[in-house]
Write a protein that binds this ligand. Sequence first.
Ligand SMILES: [Zn+2]
Length: 348
Amino acid sequence: MAASPRPQLAVLSQGRAAVYEEPSGPSGVRIRERPRTEPGPGKVAVAIKAASINHLDLWLAHGAQRVTPPRVIAADGAGVVEASTVDAWRPGDEVVVYPVVCDWECPACRAGQNVMCPGFGVLGEHTDGTACELFHIDARNIFRKPKDLTWPEAAAFPLTFLTAWRMLTTRARVKPGEKVLVVGAGAGVAVAAIQIAKHLGARVFATSRSEAQRKRAIEAGAESAFNSADFSKAVREATGGVDVVFEHVGPATLGESMRSVVPGGRIVLCGSTSGVKAEIAMARLFWGQLDLLGSTMGNAGEFQAVLEAIDQGVRPVVDSVYPLSDVEAALRRLDAADQFGKIVLSVS
Ligand SMILES: [Zn+2]
């Protein structure tokens, strides 16, 4: 039987919701009303206070993700438990959503490797998402909201901090005192990387095309920030080469990233916003003893570690907050790439 690789599709986005309806870019995402129901067994109903958007939502809106509409967008959400079918959560509990879709039951999930689940996916892409008033989800996807965060901050961190945390810890194994270069510093995941690398005791550097974003990167904890054009020369002059490059841009920057590291350096990648294929200088890879490390999202245990880092003072950066009804304007801001940090939708 052609079983769905994602058995856990019972995520339900209810009430007013931002729905991807046609691949026309931001204008293809519209506010619609969906019926409300009680949560099924093992599920929790969360009244969403805030959701945040990621580049993924923009690709979806442009029709680049091969997702058949309609689909409620957004992976990130925070809110208050409205109804629960499990003992762990009660109405009134303030929670955030772990943005990974998985079955929670396969050998990988049981071993704590949710990212290796055959049913692995992302909320708002492989299921309906969090940009809605009431969100029903598996109770295992619910975590306590860090108490010091505002609702927009609580909705701002899950996907980007989870992604950056796994990249810098599990994958690149950043150690205190190491030099980490974060390219494309305005993106939400890059801003998260600056803060996490700093938290891990690394020396942090950044690149951006925009002077305003370079200034913000320094305010967020980078020692210095370089113009994106041919950045490797400036990086090597200033640092002698970095130990780790945090990459999410891809073809436009990968060559420069590989030229920015010391021998034995690591380049860790979670995305490729500038295109789907890149050419690499093979000799630089093997002669330089370099590691190219792929990564996406993170495990529930890594999400827990992010929550602990936030308790220790790491703070997400919110670029701007739009009411849910202005989701099109929020997507346009992301499309313009002028943001620094996360663009949040205020739901209630
Ligand atoms: Zn699984």
